[in-house]
Design a binder for this molecule. Structure first.
Ligand code: PMP
Ligand code: GLU
Length: 410
């Protein structure tokens, strides 16, 4: 049978919606690393944010049981009732939040929960406020949903945190939502109760603004217990919490996340999801159910993982801080460091000129064989993101290589 060649099809068939977004920079850098590794190169990949731990055995067992018990048919669109109930219990147990199972929608990862929310609420031109630097997919998800990103910049000098005055000044009649993320990707910063209270004081006066709180790094917090913005009664009614099992149970590949929020929004997300995925996979849901039932504060598994991340953070901060020209700080959560490398802009090794953070990260990949992500993708062109969710020995080796490579720039 002749192979159909589509080369002559007009490339303009791609929609304006898709053309308005870019490939995820985290996933792009990971793809590049995989390609180079496949060609035999010794690449240290510090670009993707995922634990190097394996999914706990009891969770894997639950998935195997689900297959053997033929839990393999279409699930309810918003997720199995048992899982919705377990999530409601988790939100009460860990965050002191009261949500009914009907207010919870389980999706293929927190990423899809965010996409569901913004596709459900945004009309063309509606504005969503986010603090920059922000997680790479926020901006593109908002744009894809027709919204306008209002990024409020923060820097190392203000601990990468948004203050209430800046938030208030950005709010106008078109503001539909405020997207909040603590602990933060890419900076690892964690807002204190007082800092959250400051933002709540602004938001409570704007009850029509939806607060979308991405709490995916909730348990990876070295500074104390996680506080959800939804636990402030003044904004509880206008807040939707997004979370999932990817990070704290090392379950990135299972693709289970969820939203818990106002009933009207849960219904909208369910309607949407019913038309384009029919809901998350049954086997992954049964695995997530097992994970959710495990109280994290009692979980040896999470304690060990978080303690390993903390040691690696300390190691990375100490070693990176010894490289001349890299401005660093101590992150309090997640597993990322977002140092400022702008003092290298304009430098050259005689062949390549480093003009910006993207040049800088490509130079590290090319010469040091270390993959990091450019800060430009996170809305901060002076920084790079390093994920330290990898072994201490690889981190030490990576910093050694970075240091040796940067020495050649003048
Ligand atoms: N939010 C943030 C801040 C993230 O870093 C990620 C990436 N893991 C997600 C949401 C999405 O996570 P997932 O889709 O794996 O649940
Ligand atoms: N959230 C992770 C990261 O920031 C995983 C990759 C992705 O989903 O973008 O690296």
């Amino acid at each position: 049978m002749p192979i159909l060649k589509m080369d002559n099809v007009n490339k303009d068939i791609i929609s304006l919606r898709l053309k308005s977004i870019t490939e995820s920079a985290t996933l792009e850098m990971t793809r590049r690393s995989r390609e180079l590794k496949a060609r035999g190169m010794d690449i240290i990949n510090l670009s993707i944010g995922e634990p190097d731990f394996n999914t706990p055995d009891p969770v894997k067992e639950a998935a195997k049981k689900a297959i053997d018990n033929n839990i393999t048919h279409y699930p309810p669109v918003a997720g199995f009732r048992e899982l919705q109930e377990a999530i409601a219990e988790k939100l009460k147990r860990d965050n002191n939040l009261n949500f009914t199972p009907e207010q919870i929608v389980v999706s293929n990862g927190a990423k899809q929960s965010l996409a569901n929310i913004f596709l459900s609420i945004l009309n063309p031109g509606d504005e969503v406020i986010i603090a920059a630097p922000y997680w790479v997919s926020y901006a593109d998800i908002i744009k894809m949903a027709g919204g306008k990103v209002v990024a409020l910049s923060t820097g190392i000098e203000d601990n990468f945190k948004l203050n209430p005055e800046k938030l208030e000044a950005a709010i106008n009649g078109k503001t539909k939502a405020f997207l909040f993320n603590s602990p933060s990707n890419p900076t690892g910063m964690v807002y204190s109760v007082e800092e959250i209270a400051g933002l709540v004081n602004v938001l409570k006066n704007h009850p029509n603004i939806l607060v979308v709180s991405d709490e995916i790094y909730e348990h990876i917090n070295y500074s104390g217990k996680h506080v959800s913005i939804a636990s402030f009664s003044e904004v509880k009614e206008q807040t939707v919490v997004v979370n999932g099992v990817s990070k704290c149970y090392a379950m990135t590949g299972w693709r289970i996340g969820y939203m818990a929020g106002p009933l009207f929004l849960a219904k909208a997300c369910t309607k949407l999801q019913g038309q384009y995925t029919s809901g998350p996979g049954t086997i992954s849901q049964m695995a997530a159910l097992k994970a959710m039932k495990n109280p994290p504060q009692d979980s040896e598994y999470i304690r060990e993982m978080v303690s390993a991340f903390k040691n690696r953070r300390d190691l990375l901060v100490k070693n990176i801080g010894k490289i001349p020209g890299i401005k660093t700080y101590i992150p309090a959560g997640a597993f990322y460091l977002f140092p400022d490398v702008s003092s290298y802009f304009g430098k050259t090794d005689g062949e390549t000129v480093i003009n910006n953070a993207t040049d800088f990260s490509l130079y590290l990949l090319d010469k040091a064989h270390v993959a990091v992500v450019t800060g430009e993708a996170f809305g901060d062109p002076n920084c790079i993101r390093i994920s330290y969710a990898t072994s201490s020995s690889l981190l030490e080796e990576a910093v050694k290589r970075i240091k040796a490579t940067l020495k050649k720039l003048n």
